[in-house]
Design a protein around this ligand. Structure first.
Ligand code: MN
Length: 199
């Protein structure tokens, strides 16, 4: 059975960029709900022993409950890890890969922010490793680039939740302000680790 992971920092640690109340509800209620519903969907089935990555990889075959809640569990687990109040240093390897793929950090930020801003309704923006290269994309709902149903497939190394539940208390309708604030709390050390593991 899957478990809700602990947050690697206090609810208030990402303030003022992400407020404590949002973190409390987002982690304790929303993410917890995905975990509970995922467990209910796989309990007693032949999916019960699969990893979350395996469940995502075949999401299109497993029905809506596994796709939505399995995606929700994977996506939020990654999201908490790629944020930190300290930020963290980027590896030279990731820095070089960003320069190669996008030309500059500023261009990555522009493309990622556009992906987050133009995803209509609920979804996620991603930086993924696809065939050894860095690519920006977005997915609807709780889909992710590990999924067989994704338009752009790859290994996510950075993800941003753009569901209204992720920002509405503090930012209301101002999604672009939330997306912009996210860049202050990215844990580049963790993103660098995920990049190294993916290439
Ligand atoms: Mn969320």
């Amino acid at each position: 059975m899957f478990k809700l992971p602990n947050l690697p920092y206090d609810h208030s640690a990402l303030e003022p960029h992400i407020d404590a109340k949002t973190m409390e509800i987002h982690h304790g209620k929303h993410h917890n709900g995905y975990v509970s519903k995922l467990n209910a969907a796989i309990e007693g089935t032949n999916l019960a022993n699969k990893s979350i990555e395996e469940l995502c990889a075949d999401a299109g075959k497993h029905g809506a409950a596994v796709r939505n809640n399995g995606g929700g569990h994977f996506n939020h687990s990654l999201f908490w890890e790629v944020m930190s109040p300290e930020g963290g240093a980027m590896s030279p390897e990731l820095n070089a890969a960003i320069a190669s793929a996008f030309g500059s950090m500023e261009e990555l930020k522009t493309q990622f922010s556009a992906a987050a801003g133009t995803r209509f309704g609920s979804g996620w923006a991603w930086l993924v490793v696809h065939d050894g290269n860095l690519v920006v994309c977005s997915t609807p709902n709780q889909d992710n680039p590990l999924m067989d149903v994704a338009d752009v497939k790859g290994t996510p190394i950075l993800g941003l939740d753009v569901w209204e539940h992720a920002y509405y208390l503090n930012y209301q309708n101002r999604r672009p302000d939330y997306v912009s604030a996210f860049w202050n709390v990215i844990n580049w050390t963790k993103v660098s680790e995920l990049f190294a593991a993916a290439v």
